[in-house]
Design a protein around this ligand. Structure first.
Ligand SMILES: Cc1cc2nc3c(=O)[nH]c(=O)nc-3n(C[C@H](O)[C@H](O)[C@H](O)COP(=O)(O)OP(=O)(O)OC[C@H]3O[C@@H](n4cnc5c(N)ncnc54)[C@H](O)[C@@H]3O)c2cc1C
Length: 371
């Protein structure tokens, strides 16, 4: 049972944010940067953020050529351009807020590996560059086949490489740790180990699994793949992403972020290691889950691709592997909405939430502030 003092000083806030991933923390930052006197509480069920934001690969990206061509088949040109623009804007907010040094932002560029079956995509480069020109003012994609040998990839499999000068990489752990420090410095309270079981729409109470209740004037749901319990009418499908990291590799030949297979596979250097993830598409049914596990099927697939495509003829050892959970909908557009009079949601970030997260937080904070 809470004491009189606890009830008086610990349980009521102007705004309660559920979830301390990049969206929850960015929402808090945007609110407090504008209204420093607001009392903001962030409730996180993990010991630290435990969804996607601390588990991802740290690509500062906005879409590879094959992803954009694929998106153009399912969505209108305007929708595709708008999503790329929003990811790009989100990255600029993140960089400005925390500074490139604190997030270890390194602009080594991005590359997409093209196999025999993808070569027809090269004909689309001019068309996609033209579509994205209003955002970047320059061409985004260009062929750089000389990199195949330079980077040490298997020449028989990798037939072409498309370079993107605007892509970069960050240190995911440093970014989230800097964001946590930033919101704390602005005066937000973050309580971890706080598993929210339900929200009372009428009393605006947030009830934890241990029955402790907090109340607020406004509540923001930022629980991404874990949001179905709070938003039963929305379509939110979890998608697990499995990742591995090698031990340091002597004379690693490449730097940058790399994609193939419409973004289903992604790898990068982290210093002289390789971080490699993906492969969800070979076991879609089992990877549609919120369970934070790795599986032999996906891990073996990643190791096989490392051996045969990325690091052929090079010795490497796997140091560690893990997984994180993304959220997908029928389209790539995230959910940003007022759920009821004083309850809001910014969820379903998909596979590029590092980019989109800061902008979605800003948009969510504007919605909350303006009502
Ligand atoms: C393996 C992997 C690789 C990725 N790589 C990239 C990449 O390179 N670049 C990129 O842009 N994006 C990448 N992403 C996507 C990106 O990480 C996500 O889109 C983004 O982090 C989503 O942020 P979020 O704040 O919405 O969700 P999350 O980070 O999942 O945050 C939600 C938080 O809510 C908490 N929570 C959930 N339920 C409750 C509850 N009931 N009570 C209290 N707290 C709760 C969770 O513990 C979690 O901390 C990747 C994702 C994964 C999984």
């Amino acid at each position: 049972m809470l004491s009189f003092w606890e009830r008086k000083s610990f349980t009521h806030y102007d705004i309660i944010i559920i979830g301390s991933g990049i969206v929850g923390l960015s929402t808090a930052a945007s609110i407090l940067e504008k209204y420093p006197n607001k009392k903001v509480l962030i409730l996180e069920r993990g010991v630290f953020p435990t969804g996607a934001s601390t588990k991802n690969a740290g690509f500062a990206c906005f879409g590879s050529l094959s992803e954009i061509v694929s998106d153009l088949k399912k969505s209108s040109e305007d929708e595709v351009i708008s999503l790329v623009e929003r990811r790009w804007k989100g990255l600029q907010i993140l960089r400005k807020r925390l500074g490139d040094e604190k997030i270890n932002y390194l602009n080594y560029g991005g590359y997409e590996l093209m196999f025999e079956e993808n070569l027809n995509l090269l004909n689309k480069i001019d068309e996609v560059n033209k579509l994205l020109k209003p955002i970047f003012q320059e061409n985004v994609y260009e062929v750089k086949d000389e990199k195949i040998t330079q980077f040490g990839f298997d020449r028989d499999k990798v037939k072409s490489i498309v370079f993107n000068q605007f892509e970069a990489q960050i240190d995911t752990g440093k970014m989230m740790s800097a964001l946590l420090k930033h919101v704390a410095s602005l005066g937000a309270t973050v309580i971890t180990g706080a598993d929210v079981k339900s929200i009372n729409n009428d009393s605006l109470e947030v009830i934890l699994a241990n029955d402790i209740k907090f109340s607020a004037n406004k509540i923001a749901i930022c629980t991404n793949a874990f949001s179905q319990q709070f938003l039963p009418d929305e379509f939110i499908e979890p998608g697990r992403g499995q990742v591995l990291v090698t031990k340091p590799i002597k004379n690693l030949k490449f730097k940058g972020v790399f994609h193939f297979d419409e973004g289903f596979y992604y790898f990068r250097n982290f210093e002289d290691r390789v971080v490699f993830g993906g492969g969800r598409n070979i076991d879609m049914q089992n990877e549609t889950t919120t369970e934070l596990l790795t599986t032999p099927l996906i891990m073996d697939n990643l190791k096989e691709k490392l051996n045969s495509i990325i690091l052929p003829n090079q010795e490497f050892e796997i140091e560690h592997s893990w997984s994180g959970i993304m959220a997908f909908g029928k389209t790539k557009k995230p959910i940003l909405k007022r759920v009821s009079e004083n309850i809001y949601a910014g969820v379903r970030l998909g596979g590029m939430g590092v980019a989109l997260g800061s902008l979605l937080g800003e948009e969510l904070s504007e919605m909350i502030n303006n009502d």
